[in-house]
Ligand binder design. Sequence first.
Ligand code: DNO
Length: 362
Amino acid sequence: MQMTMRWFGSKYDSVTLPQIRQVPGVTGIVTTLYGKKPGELWEEEAILAIKQEVEAAGLKIAGIESVNIHDAIKTGHPDREEYIKNYITTLERLGKADIHMVCYNFMPVFDWTRSNLAKMRSDGSTVMSYDQSIIDKIDPNDISSAMESQANGYLLPGWEPERIGKLKELFAMYKGIDEQKLFDNLVYFLEKIMPVCDAYDINMAIHPDDPPWSVFGLPRIVTSKEKILKFIKAVDNPHNGVTLCTGSLGSNPKNDIPAIIHALKGHIHFAHLRNLKHESPGVLEEAAHLSSDGSLDMYAITKALYDAGFDGPIRPDHGRAIWGEVSMPGYGLYDRALGCAYLNGLWEAIAKAHCAAQCAQC
Ligand code: DNO
């Protein structure tokens, strides 16, 4: 595995590449051209410029998070052909730049959703949290301003103002799109892009829906082991894979994450590891990465990844805001660096225990 951190680019991130470079064991970052709108073509020069910037800091681009998908592709609108063409060209350019993993999502209208971006915990740290009863009372037209007002002045990933500014149009596009149609549109998209992924060895890593259930009445299809296996089987190609996001899948306590990892063996191309604490059904808050701070067994999850032979990039996911740091919610340096140290420690212990057990056998 390769330990990485997410970095949004020097114009958009409070964390710098030299800071990331000093986190023990972190050798790469996952990044994006953050100013690009979904569907826009990525220029070769822009890809090479960010690659050079990252490499000059002594790090590598381990993958892209994300090349976002235009809503015409998700809804199957006739314009999708144009946007799929752009997507293929972007993938081709990323492949030529020696970038071989792309994270994306297929969530209608909204990317990840939270009801609070700075919930105070008893230790004085703040975390992002979700409460379905609060979301149920929010008019979807108001959710973006509610999120934006808590974003500390940063642009939130997946909440592009140009797109979210046209919510009425967006909701109209999704009228009549149910789970089956969304699924068919995902399969259509994957079938079209697999040839370029084969040609340039690009692993596509779909991000689970966050939270993994329908929000604002919109369909969601990347929510459970069964649903993920359905589209993995529908487009039978090793490049068709997932981002194993423990926080997203783990928001539903019925999702057994180690079992999901084993079921998806060979198709996990990227891992987002974070913990969360369940309060009651539909009510949860993010936690420190340490198992005992939340409801997920981070040791069992990491061991399942190790046992499944996972060798892709891992990143600590959303951290708490601690020690007075002000950053994009979830993406400060301090708690994510603690997360890296903890996850690296788990991995080392698991790897050494495995070697010791093997030696004992011979
Ligand atoms: C939020 C992230 C998501 C994720 C996208 C992938 O913090 O986990 O925005 O990057 O869903 O396309």
